[in-house]
Design a protein around this ligand. Structure first.
Ligand SMILES: Cc1cc2nc3c(=O)[nH]c(=O)nc-3n(C[C@H](O)[C@H](O)[C@H](O)COP(=O)(O)OP(=O)(O)OC[C@H]3O[C@@H](n4cnc5c(N)ncnc54)[C@H](O)[C@@H]3O)c2cc1C
Length: 313
């Protein structure tokens, strides 16, 4: 029986673990993998206190930090995937593919998954020009011609960020119309560096053809078809930002707490959910922005509030 169960081992979960261990809250941290989404990023430039760090090194440092303070109060169970959660008689019961655990409180930090583009070349050039995070990687493409894939609010939002420092931004949408708010679309269309086209078919992401096998190759162009005119265009670009869906990992919480557009609804002062004794932090919660530093801050707020709850109950 624990005071707190944390589900997730990304920046939010690891931070929550450090804070709860230091506060001597009897805690169990369950994660199918420690590290978090940005572990695959070759370079992170916006983690406060590190000018540049690889995703793998950041994950390693956060895990070391967690284990250093774990002490007797924090139990870490990796490769333990949570499949079911119920709350009854004032306790939360969490079932994983290995065991069942109980606690007085629960913190969800299960993060999110970005919908992947399946166009030819998207996998080959991921982290070599193809990226899923404009606010993370955008500044590395300053003064370059870039493309955003996806015409929803996220796509237009990324385009807006990129326009601040890129030479040009072309936004492509596969559906016949853009899904972003009209006011956002109209505002961006006034920018001479911006072009948006709906009803396109993406054909291929290509690298530099002069590179031979074994040589590092980066995105050089994107081939797409204008479905209206039938014309095929080979558009030179060095950066392709994919914004075709952000999917919070919240399936296991769906009968437990209020969820909107896939994300757990929280009180942003405390990270408390609609259900007493349950909090959520990081990308699985309904914050507007998704960053390591934000996930960490959310987790700190949650543990502070959980601590107060445990003191009173
Ligand atoms: C390629 C890429 C690059 C990025 N680069 C940057 C960057 O440069 N700077 C930046 O600030 N942000 C970056 N981000 C965003 C950042 O990684 C996320 O905002 C951050 O990881 C969110 O942290 P989190 O802890 O909420 O969730 P996550 O990092 O998604 O962690 C979720 C955790 O929950 C676990 N989990 C999920 N479901 C279960 C379950 N059922 N049972 C047990 N465990 C479970 C996962 O294994 C994982 O440990 C990047 C994201 C991507 C995809």
């Amino acid at each position: 029986m624990y005071d707190l169960i944390i589900i997730g081992g990304g920046p939010a979960g690891l931070t929550a673990g450090i804070y709860s261990a230091r506060k001597k809250i009897k805690t169990l941290l369950l994660a199918d993998k420690l590290g978090g989404q940005s572990e695959v990023a070759p370079e992170i430039q916006n983690w406060i206190g590190e000018i540049s760090i690889s995703g793998v090194d950041l994950a390693k440092k956060m895990e070391e930090h967690l284990r250093y303070y774990a002490g007797d109060n924090l139990v870490i169970k990796e490769k333990d995937k949570v499949t079911k959660i119920i709350k009854e008689n004032g306790l939360v019961t969490v079932t994983t593919d290995k065991d069942t655990y109980q606690a007085k409180t629960l913190l969800a930090t299960t993060g999110a998954t970005r919908r992947k583009l399946d166009t030819e070349g998207a996998d080959t050039f991921e982290h070599k020009g193809v990226t899923y995070c404009a606010s993370c990687d955008g500044p590395m493409f300053a003064d370059q011609d870039v493309v955003v894939i996806g015409g929803g609010n996220a796509g237009f939002g990324s385009a807006s960020q990129l326009l601040a420092y890129c030479k040009s931004v072309t936004l492509l949408e596969m559906a016949p119309t853009f899904k972003a708010e009209q006011i956002t679309i109209e505002k961006l269309q006034q920018n001479p560096k911006f072009k948006a086209l709906a009803n396109v078919e993406l054909i291929e992401i290509k690298g530099d053809p002069s590179k031979t096998a074994g040589q590092a190759n980066f995105v050089a162009s994107l081939v797409y078809k204008n479905k209206e005119t039938g014309e095929t265009i080979d558009l030179p670009t060095t950066g392709i930002f994919i914004e075709i869906g952000f999917l919070p990992n919240t399936e296991i919480f769906k009968d437990l707490v209020k969820i909107e557009r896939g994300a757990i609804v929280v009180d942003h002062q405390t990270q408390a959910t609609s259900e007493a004794q349950i909090w959520a932090a990081g990308d699985c919660a309904n914050g507007l922005y998704h960053q390591n530093n934000i996930a960490v801050g959310d987790a700190v707020k949650a543990v502070e509030d959980i601590y107060i709850y445990l003191q009173k109950n």
